[in-house]
Design a protein around this ligand. Sequence first.
Ligand code: 5GP
Ligand code: ZN
Length: 114
Amino acid sequence: MDSNCLFCKIAAGEIPAEIIFEDDDLLAFMDIAPQAPVHFLVIPKKHIPGPAAVEEQDQKLIGKMMQLGARMAADKGIGDNFRLVFNNGAEAGQTVFHIHMHILGGRNMGWPPG
Ligand code: 5GP
Ligand code: ZN
């Protein structure tokens, strides 16, 4: 755990969130500022700063994130049409430097993203 990290604090239960799934490795919770009718985040409990910091030993964990995201999307009624987003770096829109996967759905999505 990184004691300065917002998502580590959410994973530790120190900051409240609307948690929709939790197991030993992962946490899923609703985004505080939703950008679509359904918008939640999946994070590993392990502190990884972002996609560029993923290492060989994290491959299974990252795969689990995608599987969980798709499953929770189905639970939320957007299982057939949803977007997964990982931002890496401030210029790409990353504001929290603990890796997280956005799952957005419930509206039409534009392409390319802004
Ligand atoms: P990023 O911009 O780093 O890809 O995404 C960070 C996301 O975390 C944003 O969509 C933002 O709304 C969300 N977020 C930031 N702080 C909190 C918080 O305290 N609680 C929750 N649930 N989401 C947060
Ligand atoms: Zn963290």
